[in-house]
Design a protein around this ligand. Structure first.
Ligand code: ADP
Length: 160
């Protein structure tokens, strides 16, 4: 088991400043973080998995080898097993995230006893940022440049 690596899973459609902050903080604890983009064909997304991976790779370039960008389909615990790690990092925004997140953590624990989910509390200034809100705002022509990294902002403008 690789104790120095954690997995940050999510849809990241798109990756926001909230995600970026959770990643930055996870890197204060773990040597390596794998950003794992969920590949779920039944979920309608604005950006394809390939696009999301490519965009996140640009955002995390500054971390070099410490961040790996990957995708996974199926069970997250399977992905962890394949990568010989047992830590899942999730960001917690508000009470509204709590039910869903604890449920997921318990399910993953029941599927694989060695799996631990660590929650990092979202910063107050990011607590209202969600990918869906960013998409909606941007599609209506709103400025989201203070909510997402610059490459994501450009990609959102290109999708309008
Ligand atoms: P999912 O579809 O799996 O919920 P998301 O891409 O929405 O994936 O989010 C991935 C993780 O990032 C989740 O743990 C989510 O709670 C967290 N997250 C989302 N937005 C923020 C934010 N603004 N600040 C901190 N964490 C966040």
């Amino acid at each position: 088991m690789n104790k120095n690596t954690a997995v940050l899973p999510g849809s990241f459609d798109p990756f926001t400043n909230g995600h970026a902050d959770i990643l930055f903080r996870a890197l204060q604890i773990f040597e390596t973080v794998r950003v794992a983009v969920l590949d779920n064909p039944s979920k309608k997304t604005l950006f394809s998995v390939a696009e999301r991976k490519q965009l996140i790779s640009k955002v995390v370039e500054k971390y070099g080898e410490r961040v790996k960008v990957d995708s996974f389909s199926g069970l997250l615990v399977e992905y962890l097993r394949q990568n010989q790690t047992n830590i899942i990092i999730r960001g917690l925004r508000a009470i509204t995230d709590f039910d869903y997140e604890t449920q997921m953590a318990l399910i993953n624990k029941s599927l694989s006893e060695e799996v631990e989910t660590l929650f990092l509390a979202a910063r107050e200034e990011h607590s209202y940022i969600s990918s869906s809100m960013v998409k909606e705002l941007s599609s209506l022509g709103g400025d989201v440049s203070n909510l997402v990294p610059p490459v994501i902002n450009q990609a959102l403008i290109n999708k309008r």
